[in-house]
Design a protein around this ligand. Structure first.
Ligand code: AMP
Ligand code: MG
Length: 343
């Protein structure tokens, strides 16, 4: 037989196989078999919205949601800066006194934060808490004076944090030092939920913690996930971009998320460790990364680093992309980002 005929026969067989249900690729579920289920959890001051498309029955799904809930509440109790017996609070309360034994998850997140802090030239700093605590948003909003900030800045230095992986302890050597994992823990929690859903056999789904988004497998109908990115100057009503993804994670940090305005100036929640002031060179930073913890950390870090240094860091990292809206309302996209400009 001529090799061309052979190729035609092979193609015909492949085409036929794609119509036979039993021959479907296992990784692509049949959309007709999947039912949508949604549940919202409240952890770490955020609504975590989980949407699944699965062939599992109602009681199996209820069981999966209850396992996810238990795990999210457990992690909340470990990471929250405001729960007295969280690992984060215990480490902070023992600053200058003694190392504290913590959960493996705490060690993992702190070590990742410290590893990346070096790459961000110290712009991402989990010891910023004494300064962060001076700012309050919402009802009793308050902007600290530079003098108050300057009194706390000497306590901010991630390079002093001592992590002992063997002993399972973390130590802050100076009295008054404190930890805040607000720029990274949400992403970690989203990853844990996503991994859990995947391990429990969920075919496809989304975990969304207030804009920290991660995907369980490809979308139910085989098309890419489409994520709208808020216009930071009109965040309630407008999106300025759409990013299509097959999986992984996407996280946005914006100056519109938590802020207080005073004398016409916006004071928001992403702070430059150099002077304790809100970072001024970006309005929004979106990061695409293989996991939500990295995307979360980098969205905060790049926001502080600014478009130039931030984009250079993003370009140096494998599998990481960024879309930055800067203070002059210019938009910068990393070289490998696939995005639709809606401006
Ligand atoms: P995100 O909304 O992910 O950008 O995270 C912002 C949160 O990260 C803030 O609410 C603080 O808890 C924390 N944070 C703010 N500035 C920094 C910084 N320079 N380094 C590390 N964490 C920060
Ligand atoms: Mg972040």
């Amino acid at each position: 037989m001529k090799s061309r005929n052979l190729i035609v026969i092979l193609l015909a067989v492949l085409l036929l196989m794609s119509f036979v249900p039993g021959c479907r690729d296992n990784s692509t579920p049949n959309p007709d078999d999947l039912e949508r289920h949604e549940r919202t959890f409240f952890v770490m001051d955020t609504m975590v919205d989980v949407i699944l498309w699965t062939a599992k029955d109602r009681s199996e799904v209820a069981d999966i949601f209850s396992q996810v809930d238990d795990e999210l509440q457990r992690l909340h109790a470990i990471f929250s800066a405001f729960e007295d017996d969280s690992d984060v609070a215990k480490i902070s309360d023992a600053a200058g006194i003694e190392p504290v034994q913590v959960q493996p998850e705490t060690l993992e997140v702190i070590q990742a934060a410290l590893d990346y802090a070096d790459m961000t030239d110290g712009k991402f700093d989990i010891t910023l808490a004494p300064v962060l605590r001076l700012y309050t948003f919402g009802e009793d909003a308050r902007v600290p004076t530079q003098q108050e900030i300057d009194e706390k800045l000497p306590l901010v230095d991630y390079s002093l944090v001592e992590v002992d992986m063997q002993a399972g302890t973390v130590f802050l050597p100076q009295p008054g030092m404190r930890l805040d994992l607000g720029g990274i823990a949400k992403g970690y929690v989203v990853d844990v939920a996503t991994d859990m859903l995947r391990d429990l056999g969920v075919e496809t789904g989304v975990v969304n913690a207030g804009g920290d988004i991660s995907f369980v497998g490809p979308k139910y109908d085989g098309t890419p996930w489409r994520i709208g990115i808020k216009d930071p100057t009109r965040h309630r009503t407008h999106q300025f971009a759409v990013i299509e993804l097959e999986g992984g994670a996407i996280v946005t940090s914006g100056d519109y998320e938590r802020y207080v305005e005073q004398d016409g100036v916006r004071y928001h929640h992403i702070i430059d460790p150099a002077d304790g002031q809100p970072a001024r060179s970006c309005k929004s930073v979106t990061i695409v990364a293989p996991n939500a913890m990295l995307a979360d950390l980098l969205s905060t870090a790049v926001f502080v680093m600014g478009p130039e240094a931030g984009m250079a860091l993003v370009e140096s990292l494998e599998g990481v992309e960024a879309l930055i809206w800067d203070a002059q309302d210019q938009v910068h996209a990393s070289s490998g980002l696939d995005w639709e400009d809606r401006r």
